[in-house]
Design a protein around this ligand. Structure first.
Ligand code: G
Ligand code: G
Ligand code: MN
Ligand code: NA
Length: 255
């Protein structure tokens, strides 16, 4: 209950920030995108992990307002990065959207406003939804179609961890599969993990989806996943989530 009350004031008091984790093209390891990840800078408890407060905010519905803030903030920052290096290929910025938010009637309008308000081409925004967030209902489906209509990318996050994975591929208008990091962790030693990673990569290719392997921590994992056909990689091997200024530095250094 304390947490719920504090979450309400956190937005007003500007206690949330976003950090960004680099996503690289595996062919040349150049920085092509980032995933925005929220952090709560609590006045007395210090940094509170989203693992602790996102599930609470989903239950109370506060995720809708928090998620709207994150969407706007990420788009504002994306425009700053564009202005810093006008000639460069624009970064794709991934924003996590919870199931409750996907079913919120205002989401699509919020996304459109955040893009146009910041002069961003829709293709540089990638909305990340998890398999479990995408219920088989009318609202989610309509929202995903409308997002695609706007031209934003749509990624299925943590792919492979939920029971419903495969059926979703037939009905969800996604552009990208993000292989969950649980399949990457021991991929170089556990045959089952590499078998699943192979199957997901082949499915993504056959369905003409893009693919991101998450949680890459070693050069061996990088090599294996690149050879399996993953287009993009994300993980501590390249970088942990970092403040936006660090992304600016990486881009200025030609990464
Ligand atoms: O960065 P970290 O590993 O602490 O993130 C933990 C979890 O919190 C991840 O599953 C991530 O998807 C989720 N998360 C981070 N930022 C956001 C956000 O802005 N909105 C939602 N819905 N989830 C987020
Ligand atoms: O669930 P989602 O994919 O949205 O969230 C990504 C989460 O994974 C973030 O909390 C991020 O900090 C974490 N993460 C990113 N790369 C790695 C990695 O290489 N290893 C581990 N253990 N966690 C990672
Ligand atoms: Mn994600
Ligand atoms: Na994930």
């Amino acid at each position: 209950a304390v947490l719920i009350r504090e979450l309400a004031t956190a937005l007003e008091e500007d206690q949330f920030t976003l950090v960004y984790q680099p996503i690289v093209r595996l062919a040349d390891e150049r920085l092509t995108g980032v995933e925005a990840l929220i952090r709560w800078n609590h006045p007395t408890r210090g940094l509170v992990s989203p693992v602790e407060f996102i599930p609470v905010a989903e239950r109370t519905g506060q995720i809708v307002a928090i998620g709207r803030w994150a969407l706007r903030e990420a788009c504002r920052q994306a425009a700053v990065w564009r202005a810093e290096l006008p000639g460069a290929e624009p970064l794709t910025v991934g924003v996590n959207v919870a199931g409750r938010q996907l079913r919120d009637a205002a989401l699509v309008g919020d996304v459109a406003a955040a893009l146009s308000g910041n002069g961003l081409p829709p293709g540089c925004l990638s909305i990340e939804v998890t398999e479990t967030a995408v219920l088989d209902d009318e609202e989610s489906h309509a929202a995903m179609l409308a997002l695609r209509e706007l031209g934003v990318r749509l990624a299925l996050d943590d792919f492979g961890t939920a029971a419903s994975s495969l059926g979703l591929l037939l009905t969800c208008p996604v552009t990208t599969l993000k292989l969950d990091r649980s399949f990457v962790e021991s991929i170089t030693t556990v045959g089952r993990q590499s078998a699943v990673a192979t199957a997901v990569s082949q499915m993504a290719a056959a369905l003409e989806f893009s693919s991101v392997a998450e949680g890459i921590e070693t050069a061996e994992q990088r090599d294996l996943l690149r050879d399996l056909g993953y287009r993009y990689g994300q993980g501590y091997y390249w970088s942990r989530p970092v403040p936006p200024s660090r992304i600016t530095e990486l881009r200025a250094a030609g990464r």
